[in-house]
Design a protein around this ligand. Structure first.
Ligand code: F6P
Length: 342
């Protein structure tokens, strides 16, 4: 067997622990590998922060949200001697190869590291479902479920008070969560970041719904931007760590609707509730399959690859493909939903 390091980078999402469990169980029982977890994303191998993953450590984590390893957005290429330190840590602990579970940033680093002589296999992860090289990422289904449940709950209170309810969901660059939760929850308006929206048009839909004596639910992705101006909403503010923070479009839109239509409006920002808690069965299965295939790739010495879902199959694609293309929602998907806004 080998000694295989594993880490989770970037924003967390439900299903990460299911990957860790599958990598560990198959790694140990089939290949007789030793699995060494690194804590806090790329910070772990840079600083030598480890957590050995034995069979006992991965008991009872399948259905647990988050990641037992912790995560961070640390980038070794933006850290002094980051790559040298990763190599030194791997040598010190006798780690032969890494499994890196993450989104665009983490997998981009994994790709560069492979070219710099570090053997890495990637596992894609994001609730946004915007990675081009895989049909789905785990975490997305859970986020859609949470948002759909929220819409169902908000609908009954909206109807009771005859208010417009704006639900702001996650999605900076892609509106997949907005589209799917909006369709599943029977939203009356769905707005994504892919195309600027017209506030007038939104108000027309809202008024039509009120005319039929029903309360409108408006689902808006955090990255959605109104036509004409709104650059502030697009750029967002930076937090103390320099990350761009989105959010605010929902609250802004509820206010606009109230002013323009004279109807009472409320906004709810779902935020990180969409990323927390137990993964759905679909996400557990996808994460588990990714983990099983990732440890196969490591054991085959097939580095520089990422596991991906194509149709119903798990395949290996070059890590360079992982981040090459952002998968946004085709505009016709929003258009075809409009007939249902009723
Ligand atoms: O990429 C996943 C994601 O949840 C986005 O939908 C969201 O914009 C962002 O991460 C939030 O990041 P943070 O957890 O740093 O606030």
């Amino acid at each position: 067997g080998m000694r295989v390091g594993v880490l989770t980078g970037g924003g967390d999402c439900p299903g990460l622990n299911a990957v860790l469990r599958a990598v560990t169980r198959k790694g140990i029982s089939v290949y007789e590998h030793e699995i060494l977890g690194f804590r806090s994303g790329w910070l772990g191998p840079i600083e030598g922060l480890t957590m050995p993953l034995g069979l006992d450590r991965v008991e009872e984590i399948l259905n647990r949200g988050g990641t037992i390893l912790g995560s961070s957005r640390t980038n070794p290429y933006k850290t002094d001697d980051g790559v040298t330190r990763i190599k030194a840590t791997m040598q010190e602990h006798g780690v032969d190869a890494l499994v890196a579970i993450g989104g665009e940033d983490t997998l981009g680093v994994a790709d560069r590291l492979t070219h710099d002589g570090v053997p890495v296999v990637g596992v894609p992860k994001t609730i946004d479902n915007d990675l081009g090289a895989t049909d789905y990422t785990f975490g997305f289904d859970t986020a859609v479920h949470i948002a759909t449940e929220a819409i169902d709950r908000l609908r009954t209170t909206a109807e009771s008070h005859h208010r417009a309810l704006v639900v702001e969901v996650m999605g900076r660059h892609a509106g997949w969560i907005a589209l799917h939760s909006g369709l599943a929850g029977g939203a009356n308006v769905i707005l994504g970041p892919e195309k600027r929206f017209s506030v007038e048009r939104v108000c027309e839909w809202v008024e039509r719904r009120f005319e039929r004596q029903y309360a409108p639910i408006i689902v808006v992705a955090e990255g959605a931007v109104p036509e004409g101006g709104g650059e502030v909403l697009l750029t967002g503010e930076k937090d103390a760590f320099g990350h761009v923070r989105l959010g605010g479009v929902g609250t802004w839109l509820a206010e606009e609707i109230a002013q323009r239509t004279g109807k009472e409006s409320r906004a709810v920002v779902l935020g990180h509730t969409q990323r927390g808690g137990t993964p759905t069965a679909y996400d557990r299965v996808l994460a588990t399959r990714f983990g099983l295939h990732a440890i196969d790739a490591v054991s085959d010495g097939d580095y520089g690859k990422m596991v991906a879902l194509r149709g119903t199959d798990i395949v290996r694609v070059p890590l360079s493909e992982a981040t090459a293309e952002l998968k946004t929602v085709p505009l016709e998907r929003y258009t075809e939903a409009e007939v249902l806004f009723g």
